[in-house]
Design a binder for this molecule. Sequence first.
Ligand code: ADP
Ligand code: MG
Length: 483
Amino acid sequence: RMSAHPDYEVVIGLEVHVHLRTRSKLFSTAGVSYGDPPNHHTTPVCLALPGALPVLNAKAVELAVRAGVATNCTIHPTSIFARKNYFYPDLPKGYQISQFEEPLCTEGWIEIETESGGPKRIRLTRIHMEEDAGKSLHDGSADQSRIDLNRAGVPLVEIVSEPDLRSAEEAGAYLRKLHSILRTTGVSDADMEKGQFRCDANVSLRKHGATELGTRREIKNVNSFRFVEAAIEAEIDYQADLLDSGGEVRQATVGYDAEQDRLFLMRLKENADDYRYFPDPDLIPLVISQERIDTIRAELPELPDARCHRFEEDHGLAAADAVKLVGTGALADFFETAVAAGAEPKTAANWLTRDVLAWLNEHQRELAEVALDPAGFAALIGLVDAGRLTAKSGRDLLSELLAEGGDPERLMQERGLEAVSDSGALEAMADEVLAAEPKAIASFKDGDAKAVNFLMGKVMKQSQGKADPAQVRKILIAKLEAL
Ligand code: ADP
Ligand code: MG
């Protein structure tokens, strides 16, 4: 779907909820863990038992500050935890602890690449800390819902953008960049399938040149980059059609059904929600010294933009390859270690962004789980570069090494994969094939260039894939022309 509604300017602001990478919850010692049986990670604080008091997790504060400095925010030495009051079964306290009037971080920005090529700054309104709610499970019998409080109290930051995004593509670029920053700085694992990185998209339209914002609808909790873009496209179509036919957008919260590529209404939002926010009397103000903030800033690892730039400058990589390597951080670390171990950078980048990524996708594995270390990888692509392994044999060995590890050189010998580069052996194979294929020789003489490919296939087969195809072609053509 590609929305084209030239009469309107699209306006989008995103709210992103990100789980901080801590071992325990924001205000209790309960562990943060995914996929365990329900209600195995709870303490009296998570359960809101009478008299239980919250104690703030210092690691969560550090990671929230890190998120702020990585996105060019002002970090406030004092911020306030407030109670956001509402009733829901998965919220036993009856309120969520969040920051409202005095958040930890404000006025940041990140840069995205736009379709027109240039970079564009997207402003961040704020980043505040809060706790996640539990989960209601509606998957049992029809007349029952169950509550799982493992997630209740998991530390989050909410990252709110200004309404600076102007298309679904820009929203996607913003989310990918933010995701990459948070992962490479270790703020969050940001695994979207585990709900560690969730996005609400606010979308409105207005006539070009209008200064006031149009009425927005908010698309809740879409869990992949691609689906956020698709949901926004669907929303733009919906609002444009409505406005075109003289209708008015009503402020609402909607959901997105990815399977049917359809939006559905969740609730109309005629009035502002009233959460009766007030400072939580159980918690003192969060005070961080300027010194602590400066230390966190100084210890910030290299950010994705800078790292891409360095890869382009130092290793001559194409921008697109650099972006692919740097995306999550892990691939870029592997790349740098392999290059330090002697791998040719461009070749290493090619193999990583193409073959290794494809293998990881196919096998649903993380790079950290593979059995091949960067030095082994460097040795493997070195064998291909030196012509001792054909590219095809190299790829076959790569799969085996990623799955089971081992020494590339020894494995090559064990498997008898060393390339046949001995031209005497190749000439003999070519002679044998030519003797058996008089028809192909005749076709070649009649000007059918494809006959060479056919003959090459035969020689490659004889060599069991170990011959260098370019060398075989050269030998065959020389022989054919001499016939
Ligand atoms: P809430 O959704 O909790 O009421 P805000 O009103 O602060 O919070 O807005 C949340 C997000 O919606 C922000 O990212 C903001 O940029 C965006 N936003 C606000 N108004 C509009 C609008 N008219 N069109 C598009 N986005 C908007
Ligand atoms: Mg909102």
